[in-house]
Design a protein around this ligand. Structure first.
Ligand code: NAD
Ligand code: DAU
Length: 360
């Protein structure tokens, strides 16, 4: 690699793989992709990059200090973009330990090695190096119906083991900038959806269950609100933060697409009624089933994205309506991908989370 690469962690997961694909598609600098390939990592997402000299995949853990050090010293990246994480709230409820290992300890080790590498750089290389930490709006806690959306100065109030572990990692990133002058930036984004999302998350799970004529599980009363962003809009925001963001700053990313879960599920059902109709008397919404709520379920998230819009000039391209149509169509066109990820481990997860859960 002659041009300086970027090191992407978690680049075989949902957002990471979308980021790597569009980064390389736009002729960005080469990518070193470090991913542990947990259940959520899938090299099939990156099949389009096979034999592409701009993409080097390394299977490994962000907490493996020796490996990270070796990668940094050998390839001398100009930036680290940290997507690697355990990302599913329900899994964090059933087993929080992996979340602490990767999201807290792993991020800490990655920060330590990245700082040591940065400290040895000189001149322009040192001045332009960036560490971009990808985080979530869940660190801000839960909003009431009339509350203003989260800003960058909303106090942290994480409610799940997942969001607590992400909050801890955000604090470490902040402290590394404040204490050592390390050029780190943090982005806190709302719920993403789009191609390659693992079908444990609401939108792909509902699409997949509907196509298999299985119940569409809605937690509680279905009135929890999430603020949805099409994944490519998130990737564009991250490219913008990397190029123009100020070290030490935090940027909230969201698309002003607040929707109740029930409305999201109904929107998917009506798209499927149009694109893959059942019989003339049946519709997908008849599969909707209310089940027992997620413990500690946050009621509402909403992002105030005015800072990134104003200071960096980013705006989302997709509305929820255009993005969800693209997404449903992508899953219909990529049923092989879905069949491949719905493996034995995935079936075990469905049993853990959904069997004997009872109705709401
Ligand atoms: P994902 O679960 O789909 O992918 C995570 C990836 O990280 C996987 O490829 C996995 O193999 C890898 N990974 C896990 N532990 C690792 C380790 N110790 N070392 C190296 N790789 C490891 O997650 P996602 O939905 O793509 O989320 C990516 C990031 O964005 C996460 O940090 C998440 O907190 C954040 N985020 C997600 C959303 C969302 O809606 N999905 C929204 C905002 C922020
Ligand atoms: O807000 C950003 C976060 O969005 C990210 O940080 C997380 O990594 C990502 O997983 C996502 O978290 P959520 O918990 O909001 O996403 P999930 O898809 O799991 O759930 C979305 C909503 O749908 C939530 O209110 C719970 C509900 N739900 C979820 C599932 C899986 C259901 O009603 N039924 C389900 O089967």
């Amino acid at each position: 690699m002659t041009e300086k690469p970027i090191l992407v962690t978690g680049g075989a997961g949902f957002i990471g793989s979308n980021f790597v694909l569009s980064w390389i598609g736009r002729k960005g600098s080469p990518v070193l992709n470090l991913d542990k390939l947990t259940y959520a990592g899938n090299l099939g997402n990156l099949a389009g990059l096979k034999n592409n000299p701009g993409h080097l995949f390394i299977k490994g853990d962000i907490g493996d200090r020796a490996l990270v050090r070796e990668l940094l010293d050998r390839h001398r990246p100009r930036a680290v973009v940290n997507f690697a994480a355990e990302s599913h709230v329900d899994r964090s409820i059933h087993g929080p330990e992996d979340f602490i290992q990767t999201n807290v300890n792993g991020t800490f080790h990655l920060l330590q090695e990245s700082r040591a590498y940065w400290e040895k750089l000189a001149g322009n290389e040192k001045n332009t190096f960036r560490f971009l930490h990808i985080s979530t709006d869940e660190v801000y806690g839960s909003l009431g119906p009339g509350d203003a959306p989260f800003t960058e100065s909303t106090p942290y109030a994480p409610n799940s083991p997942y969001s607590a572990s992400k909050a801890a990692s955000d604090h470490l990133v902040r402290a590394f900038h404040h204490t050592y002058g390390f050029p780190a930036l943090t982005s806190n984004c709302s719920n993403n959806y789009g191609p390659y999302q693992f079908p444990e998350k609401l939108i792909p799970l509902v699409i997949m269950n509907a196509l298999n004529r299985k119940p569409l599980p809605v937690y509680g009363d279905g009135l929890n609100v999430r603020d949805w962003l099409y994944v490519e809009d998130h990737c564009e925001a991250l490219r913008t933060v990397l190029a123009k963001g100020k070290p030490g700053e935090v940027y909230n990313i969201g698309g002003r697409n607040e929707r109740k879960n029930m409305d999201v599920v109904r929107a998917i059902c009506s798209l499927l009624d149009e694109l893959r109709p059942l019989s003339s008397t049946d519709n997908y919404a008849s599969l909707i089933t209310f089940i027992k709520d997620r413990p500690g379920h946050d009621r509402r998230y909403a992002i105030d994205a005015r800072k990134i819009e104003r200071e960096l000039g980013w705006k989302p391209a997709e509305s929820f309506e255009t993005g969800i149509r693209k997404t449903v169509q992508w899953y219909l066109d990529n049923m092989n991908w879905v069949a491949n990820v719905a493996s034995g481990e995935y079936q075990k997860w469905l049993d853990t989370n959904y069997t004997n859960r009872g109705t709401a």
